[in-house]
Design a protein around this ligand. Structure first.
Ligand code: PEP
Length: 308
């Protein structure tokens, strides 16, 4: 599927005189099916144009407090997704609400678990296995969120076991990585991301990378209201893609979605998503407000001239 998109992009790029696999090389006017500005008779929607369709997902953490509130929130978020929404949408929700939320949102968005236990069965009190989740129709989970790394003391090895277990079950994982404020101030962003990426993905083959999404989440930006600038996000995402290239080659590095997470808001989303290596967002606090999250999902593309 991804290969055929890449081939299509190359073909379109050559007929129109530009390389089309970079978000910023395209004017949004060319994205519209009613556009008449292209001399080509081929009209493509967002999904077909970008090998990396943006993915925006909420992470509810330990929220909301009741099932009734979860139902209202899920309904509100699902209602904000339309045919024109420019991205795939997901919600990582607390275990007790998963099934209810899944029924409410239907196929409008993917519902996932905020963590899993990297075991299939046995004496692991409180554990939640990917097999259990899969039997309920859940195919996505987060791994390596900084709150789990710090509060629950999950190590890179444990996170790697979670990633491998999810992949073994043919499920999808969003692997979260990112540096603390101290590491940021000591200019250690690159090495920290490299260690977490390499340890988190150890033993995962290139063939399975279509089940992996990376979320760059600087710890200093999570829940603090201090969002990384689009320039910082772009520069780190570029580094992450270079590490992926070293690990898996250029094609997989180009195809893997790298999300940004850390205080994303309706105000900051457009600038972040305008960057060519920012393929979406992992949104905590702002995903608890249906109206605000609706605006984030329906982010505006920045009108950049077509390069000819
Ligand atoms: C998160 O939970 O992954 C997150 C990024 O939270 P927030 O958006 O609230 O910073």
């Amino acid at each position: 599927m991804k290969l055929s998109i890449a081939a299509l992009l190359l073909a379109i790029g050559s007929t129109n005189g530009f390389v089309a696999n970079n978000k910023q090389s395209l004017s949004p006017s060319l994205l519209s099916s009613s556009s008449s500005s292209s001399s080509s008779s081929v009209r493509l929607g967002w999904t077909e144009l970008f090998a990396r369709k943006p993915f925006i997902t909420g992470n509810w953490k330990l929220n909301p407090q009741t099932k009734t509130e979860a139902i209202d929130l899920a309904r509100g978020i699902a209602a904000s997704i339309t045919d024109k929404s420019p991205c795939d949408v997901g919600l990582f929700v607390p275990f007790p609400f998963i099934e209810t939320v899944q029924q409410i949102v239907g196929d409008k968005l993917v519902v996932g678990a905020e963590m899993i236990t990297p075991e299939v069965k046995g004496a692991f009190t409180g554990g939640i296995s990917p097999v259990m989740l899969k039997s309920m129709g859940i195919e996505w989970a987060l791994a390596g969120h900084s709150e789990r790394r710090t509060i629950n003391k999950e190590t890179d090895e444990y996170i790697n076991a979670q990633c491998r277990m999810l992949i073994e079950q043919e499920m999808n994982v969003v692997l979260c990585i990112g540096e603390t404020l101290e590491e940021f101030e000591k200019d250690l962003v690159g090495p920290v991301c490299e260690i977490q990426l390499k340890k988190g993905l150890a033993g995962i083959d290139a063939d399975d990378m279509d089940k992996v999404t990376i979320a760059y989440e600087p710890v200093w930006a999570i829940g603090t209201g201090k969002v990384a600038t689009p320039e910082i996000a772009q520069s780190v995402h570029q580094k992450i893609r270079a590490i992926l290239q070293e690990m898996y080659g250029a094609e997989i590095a180009e195809e893997t979605r790298v999300l940004y997470g850390g205080s994303v808001s309706p105000e900051s989303v457009d600038g972040l998503l305008a960057k060519p290596d920012v393929d979406g967002a992992l949104v905590g606090g702002a995903s608890l407000n249906a109206k605000g999250f609706g605006r984030i999902i329906n982010f505006q593309t920045v009108d950049t001239p077509v390069e000819v």
